[in-house]
Design a protein around this ligand. Structure first.
Ligand code: GTP
Ligand code: MG
Length: 195
């Protein structure tokens, strides 16, 4: 699939307040700074679409982008960002859960994992919650340009082993880089099957 048009369609804090058109949604979540907004920009071929930052905690709202006038990419705030108040963290947690659990149009949630490190406890807890709530998800290992090919493959194998301690089957998985466009075709072709 090719993205020919990608436009910002609005921000919200609750699933009930999202943009009016009911279209399939594909959402992106993961630890703060894992590269959600950069990946959305890479997929859309527009580096200025979603705001990115080297400082964690940039995305604080649920941002909808309308793609080819027929479906949405949804940029969610990151989880696990330590440097905010307890209240702010709780508000974000509620916002994320409300969207994930109440968004009828969400077809699939992409959970982003930093490919440079072992998948972390907070990621495992988050995806365990998805399993409990029967939320369909896929994993994307981000920043694939930062490791050499052998180290990258070895890290992903390790993560699969860690996941298999908790899961009987592995979810669909992708490796991406917003620098080199690694994974772009695979992720867009995967989305295409659902729309
Ligand atoms: P929050 O909105 O704060 O939760 O972060 P985010 O997950 O949206 O991350 P964002 O896309 O803002 O990227 C965070 C930092 O990582 C930025 O400095 C990006 O340039 C960098 N980054 C993101 N993706 C990649 C990648 O694939 N390769 C490299 N080398 N850097 C990346
Ligand atoms: Mg972001």
């Amino acid at each position: 699939m090719r993205i020919t048009e990608a436009k910002f369609a609005g921000s919200s804090v609750r699933a009930a307040d999202k943009p009016g058109r009911r279209l399939p949604e594909f959402a992106f979540i993961g630890r703060s700074n894992v590269g959600k907004s950069s990946l959305i920009n890479m997929l859309c071929g527009n580096s200025r679409l979603a705001k990115t930052s080297s400082t964690p905690g940039k995305t604080k709202l649920i941002n909808h982008f309308i793609i080819n006038d027929s479906w949405y990419l949804v940029d969610l705030p990151g989880y696990g960002f330590a440097k905010i108040s307890k209240k702010e963290r709780e508000d974000l947690r509620i916002m994320i859960n409300d969207y994930i659990q109440n968004s009828q149009e969400m077809v699939l949630l992409f959970v982003l994992i930093d490919s440079r490190h072992d998948i972390q406890k907070i990621d495992l807890e988050f995806i365990a919650g998805l399993g409990e709530n029967e939320i369909p998800f896929a994993l994307i290992f981000t920043k694939g340009d930062k490791l050499g090919p052998n180290a990258l493959a070895a890290q992903i194998e390790r993560d699969k082993e860690i996941l298999l301690e908790q899961w009987e089957e592995l979810p669909p998985m992708f490796v991406s880089s917003s620098e080199t466009q690694m994974g772009k075709k695979e992720i867009l072709d995967f989305i295409q099957q659902y729309i």
